[in-house]
Design a protein around this ligand. Structure first.
Ligand code: ZN
Length: 360
């Protein structure tokens, strides 16, 4: 009997080792944080980076490298994130030029890095900028401190040679499709709140679609349900490989209707998971239970940048960390600086969220 148990354990060990070895390569999808090779890091490929922001506050900063073209979308979450963002960008932006800067909407967790006072260098001061595309409308007051700073810094960038268009101008002037290097196309998507007043600033978000071969990437800023509805109506949205969770994984975004259209394969959430920054209701803290339920039918490959440890003490740590999705040919890889675990495999998820049926 003892002998049988020994062989059973041995057999189980061999099977587990084989599964473990194979686990790294499932179809065309695999995880390997060290796989930052020349094969990926060359012209003709695209990388999408979701950055950690160096503080306890939820915010967005997405950097995209399309061939030789550098694109920065938002720079939150506070002005003290600027040095964190700059340090990261310096690894990739070797000529000091951001060909495109997109500022989705006038909330500090998205534009603080561009909206400094006159004594502090903004990212507009630190990089030369080709084209700035930003929100058409805002509810911010002209004399609001941060909005005023943003307008001044943007005008300085324009005086230094940047072109500036609002998303509405891109649509109305037929400047909504940009052919980038590396065979990547950037499209500014249309939505109703480029033209009409919204009660939530989030709904003014500039939305973009990047296309590389037959792979698509959708970024909607903090757009909420009604905006998403119009996004579906006004654009012929494709199935996407990568979707940046709208509004940090809020329950007011990533509606079942939008998810049914785009059917994402990978979802990245830029937030400080489980932070009480916006609410004490645990299930509504980012990434919310409702968001998880909405994406679960399509994918379990959900990754989150940062984890809240103790908000009142300002303690935070990396969850997946900086997340990079790199595209080459027909394949893509997800590489994370801290951990390759999917959200559903994390300790935070086990303690804080119910597992939706498709993930069981
Ligand atoms: Zn936000």
């Amino acid at each position: 009997m003892k002998k049988f148990r020994f062989f059973a354990a041995l057999l189980l060990g061999i099977v587990m080792a084989a599964v473990g070895a194979a686990g790294g390569f499932v179809g065309y999808y695999y995880l390997d944080r060290n796989r930052f090779t020349s094969e990926i890091y060359t012209n003709g490929a695209m990388q999408v980076h979701f950055l950690e922001l160096g503080n306890k506050y939820t915010g967005d900063c997405t950097y995209i490298k399309a061939g030789d073209t550098d694109i920065l979308i938002d720079a939150g979450s506070r002005t003290d994130s600027i040095s964190t963002i700059d340090t990261y960008l310096k690894n990739f932006v070797t000529d000091g030029k951001l060909e495109y800067v997109i500022v989705t909407h006038a909330h500090q967790d998205h534009y603080a890095g561009f909206a400094t006072n006159e004594n502090t260098e903004s990212l507009f001061d630190m990089y030369s900028v080709g084209v700035i595309i930003d929100f058409a409308l805002t509810n911010q007051k002209e004399d609001g401190a941060m909005y005023g700073n943003y307008c001044r810094e943007r005008e300085e960038a324009v005086a230094n040679g940047a072109e500036h268009y609002t998303a509405r101008e891109c649509i109305e002037q037929d400047k909504d499709v940009f052919e980038l290097s590396g065979g990547v196309t950037m499209t500014v998507l249309d939505q109703r709140y480029y033209y009409e007043k919204a009660s939530s600033e989030n709904d003014y978000s500039v939305c973009t679609l990047f296309t590389y071969g037959d792979q698509n990437i959708l970024l909607t800023g903090d757009l909420e349900e009604k905006g998403e509805e119009s996004l579906i109506e006004k654009n012929d949205l494709p199935q996407v490989t990568l979707y940046k969770a709208g509004h940090h994984g809020s329950k007011t975004s990533s509606s079942p209707e939008l998810m049914a259209v785009i059917q994402p394969e990978v979802v990245c959430v830029c937030c400080c998971a489980g932070s009480p920054e916006y609410t004490d209701v645990a299930e509504n803290q980012f990434p919310t239970q409702e968001f998880i339920n909405n994406v679960a039918p399509y994918t379990d490959k959900v990754y989150v940048t940062t984890l809240c440890v103790d908000y009142s003490n300002g303690d935070f740590t990396s969850m997946n960390g900086n997340i990079t999705v790199a595209f080459a040919g027909k394949s893509f890889t997800v590489q994370c600086s801290e951990s390759d675990l999917k959200l559903k495999e994390s300790e935070w998820f086990a303690e804080s969220r119910e597992t939706p049926d498709p993930w069981k």
